[in-house]
Design a binder for this molecule. Structure first.
Ligand code: 6PG
Length: 258
């Protein structure tokens, strides 16, 4: 599926949960519900995963659910340029926490090919695998993921779209090379993320407060706070724990779950 890039954007939903455990439970439950809804609507679910530490317990919870795994197709919104066996690999974390625990066909899992000569080759090959998987011929027709899970760093980055990097300005490619402190990453671009039906940010911890207040501020520089670039044609949900959700601008009316 692809979407017209000019489609309108819905206002973000912001949910605040009492603590990280409640956030993890809610994020897992909502992700499962969105996967089921995609399968009911379109016969399959395409989901892109985030890396980092927050998602691991969410993936462990999803692995305990009973889903039609043959109808679920898993990708990564970003990946470190390391071997698939490296401790920093986002794919390694998700396979150990979730994908190795369920009966999902190997062909349904699309890991970033990091065993190639350069990060740019990895990005190009990953984009080609997306084009084949979504059966899209033109780069202008951005694939439309059913679900994209994102985290946010304490600097306001998301995926591997880090402040003041060239990846923030990429508007044609679906997948590009990001950089964290000079370390190469492979990342979805913001226009690809913004074509999704559903984007879920899951953010926990007081250390994220300052960046969140800037991401939600009426005015701030998306080059400094790249999560501001995320405004999908579909639904945007921010799932926060209370520690992260304190200090949001009063323009935001979060749903507080007690
Ligand atoms: C990655 C992630 C990255 C992550 C944030 C938050 O590859 O590290 O995709 O964008 O979501 O850095 O990480 P934590 O969940 O560990 O705070």
């Amino acid at each position: 599926m692809t979407a017209a890039p000019s489609a309108s954007h819905s206002a973000p939903q912001v949910h605040i949960f009492a603590d990280k455990a409640a956030l993890v439970d809610a994020a897992a439950a909502q992700t499962v519900e969105l996967m089921k809804a995609a399968i009911a609507a379109r016969g399959r679910c395409t989901i892109a995963l985030s890396g980092g530490s927050t998602p691991k317990p969410i993936y462990q919870a999803i692995a305990k659910t009973d889903l039609p795994w043959d109808k679920i197709f898993v990708y990564w919104g970003d990946e470190r340029y390391v071997p698939a066996t490296h401790t920093d690999s986002n794919a390694k974390m998700a396979r150990e926490a979730w994908l190795d625990q369920v009966d999902i066909p190997a062909d349904n899992i699309f890991a970033v090919p990091t065993d190639v000569d350069t990060p740019d080759t990895a990005a190009t090959l990953y984009q080609q695998s997306l084009a084949k998987s979504f059966q899209v011929a033109s780069e202008k027709d951005f694939p439309q993921f059913d679900v994209i899970l994102l985290g946010m760093g304490d600097d306001g980055h998301t995926a591997s779209l880090f402040p003041h990097t060239a990846a923030l300005n990429e508007r044609k490619r679906w997948v590009t090379v990001g950089s964290k402190d000079g370390q190469p990453r492979i990342t979805f671009t913001s226009p690809l993320i913004n074509q999704a039906h559903h984007v879920l940010f899951v953010v926990a911890g007081a250390n994220k407060q300052a960046a969140l207040s800037q991401v939600f501020a009426p005015e701030a520089d998306s080059a400094v706070y790249p999560s501001r670039l995320i405004a999908p044609v579909g639904e945007l949900r921010w799932l926060l724990d209370a520690a992260a959700g304190q200090g949001l601008p009063n323009t935001i009316e979060p749903k507080v779950h007690t």
